[in-house]
Design a binder for this molecule. Structure first.
Ligand SMILES: [Fe+2]
Ligand SMILES: [Fe+2]
Length: 286
């Protein structure tokens, strides 16, 4: 049985208390779905410094709040390609700086990470970094420069190449935003809660890659992501767990991840237990 901790969107809430907890926990592997800081209040370097203190394997996929500026975010929201290119200047330097602060934490994106833990052989496939959800290629200037990806089709093709290059038959996908195809209501696991008409805000390239993995004979054990926060903008709570086609989909974005319960501060993460028999997950409030 492999025990995996999933740390949802951190948004500045990860410190020495978390480091002490995870370093003494029975977790074999930590998956971090991104959004260390916030656009307007940086502080991601302090979070990165804390993450760098973890003494276990940690995979981190950057989200839309990591190494991007408010101007870049506006360019994405307005879908202004020229403005996105203009405001992307400097992102590569910010990525390099954050990578240095993260130390031995593995920076992920279009990457494959094989593991054999407790005799169980599996691979984590990291999806498209910096996703903002929906049918757009967010932050495409950086993706084009770094990965040669200039369309969702190219992104799907690169993800499929990762799958083809993975000898393991057992896969876990790690993404900032989850795949499309899991519902279009506001409460859906990656449904849109900031437009009255709602809609499916999953990543279509990730959906395509997952389907490809299955047709290639792989077993897709779990898909782990965040981004679409559990607390809905208009009130209510998002579904965070879906079982479909033999795969468990989990949205770890419980934001804020530190909150009060019974007048005490508590901290959230998810615990996956993975084995040949399948995957179970539970919300951890500690
Ligand atoms: Fe977030
Ligand atoms: Fe996000």
């Amino acid at each position: 049985m492999v025990q995996i901790a999933v740390i949802g969107d951190i948004h500045l809430q990860f410190d020495a208390t978390d480091v002490a907890y995870f370093n003494q926990s029975d977790d074999d592997l930590l998956l971090c779905v991104g959004d260390l800081g916030t656009i307007l209040r940086r502080g991601d370097t302090a979070v990165a410094d804390s993450l760098s203190q973890l003494q276990k394997p940690v995979l981190f996929i950057p989200g839309n709040h990591d190494t991007v500026t408010a101007w870049q975010l506006l360019a994405e929201i307005w879908h202004l390609g020229w403005f996105a290119r203009l405001t992307a200047v400097g992102q590569a330097g910010r990525v390099a700086r954050l990578q240095r602060r993260l130390g031995r934490v593995q920076w992920c994106g279009y990457s494959t990470h094989p593991f054999v833990i407790h005799d169980f052989d599996f691979a984590v496939i990291a999806a498209r970094p910096f996703s903002m959800g929906g049918p757009w290629l967010s932050f495409h200037p950086y993706l084009q420069r770094q990965y040669g990806v200039n369309s969702l089709a190219a992104s799907a093709a690169l993800l499929k190449a990762q799958i083809d290059a993975t000898p393991s038959d057992n896969l876990i996908f790690l993404a900032h935003n989850g795949p499309s195809g899991l519902g279009s209501t506001q409460e859906a696991i990656w449904g849109c809660d900031f437009r009255p008409e709602a809609g499916d805000f999953g990543d279509p390239d990730l959906q395509e890659a997952i389907a490809y993995a299955r047709t290639s004979g792989k077993r897709v054990l779990a898909v782990v992501a965040g981004h679409m926060h559990r607390t809905l903008k208009g009130g209510g709570v998002r579904d965070w767990l879906v079982h479909k086609d033999g795969t468990i989909y989990v949205n770890g974005a419980c934001v804020p991840r530190i909150f009060t319960q019974n007048e005490q501060f508590v901290r959230h993460h998810l615990q996956l237990l993975v084995s040949h028999e399948g995957v179970t997950v539970r919300d951890m409030i500690i």
